[in-house]
Design a protein around this ligand. Sequence first.
Ligand SMILES: [Zn+2]
Ligand SMILES: [Zn+2]
Ligand SMILES: [Zn+2]
Length: 288
Amino acid sequence: MKPASAGPSPVYAILLGISQDAGVPQIGCDCPACAPARVDPSLRQRAVSVGLIDTEARSSWIIDATPDFREQYDMLRALAPDCSLRGILLTHIHIGHYLGLAQLGKEALNARGMPVLCSARAAAFLRSNGPWSQLLENGNIDLQPWAAEAPLSLSRSLSVTPMLVPHRAEFSDTAAYRAAGPQRTLFYCPDIDRWEGWDRDVRSVCDGSDIALLDATFFSGADLPGRDMSTIPHPLVTDTVARLRGTPAEVALIHLNHTNPLLRDTPERDWLRAQGVAVGAEGQRWGL
Ligand SMILES: [Zn+2]
Ligand SMILES: [Zn+2]
Ligand SMILES: [Zn+2]
């Protein structure tokens, strides 16, 4: 953590969605979260994504290109009209995190050389599979593979460090990112199998960050009745909260599955509040 300097930072992060890959309502689902959300748009949740804005550099970046990227791009533009999008950082190649790249193609935005920062494996996947390869052939995107653990300098005041985390890896490996502004750091980890499978200690990573946005796909074993939760590769919120009790970091939970009771007004949500942990909210922002 860095000491706060005088004046507000020119850099901030904004949450552009909080749901797991498939959003809420999820296709064809009439569960207690999805059915009301289909009727009341205020209950809808976009797939998780974070915008990073540097007002001094008049630039913005987005982490993850979700299936809701079309709207999230516009949210960023409305928020910071003077800051143009300078790049997209991908965590991994699962539907909630990269399908939005299609919006950069000639049928849509027809972007010119939009930098896409991702792992070498994710870059190789995009390069060798359509329709993504077409984005490269048309010059819509410019793949910029990074090296894990090496800070990427996005602007004079903002850097981002990718860290590899364990997560089912059919098409690519998976990254979490730590974004550092002049004053504060934010850790973003939407998908990970289990905290104990990571070669880092989530507690120390969070303790060393000011804000931590963490995978909260499932609350507990009750989310998926009949499924053996030991086979579900995501940390449970109950476990995450126990590990982080007393951390100085501000923790916000993200990547919630439509079955997660924290999406609704439930006793689980009251319990979470009592632990001093919050569910992230679309539009929530943090100065960095
Ligand atoms: Zn995901
Ligand atoms: Zn549902
Ligand atoms: Zn995933």
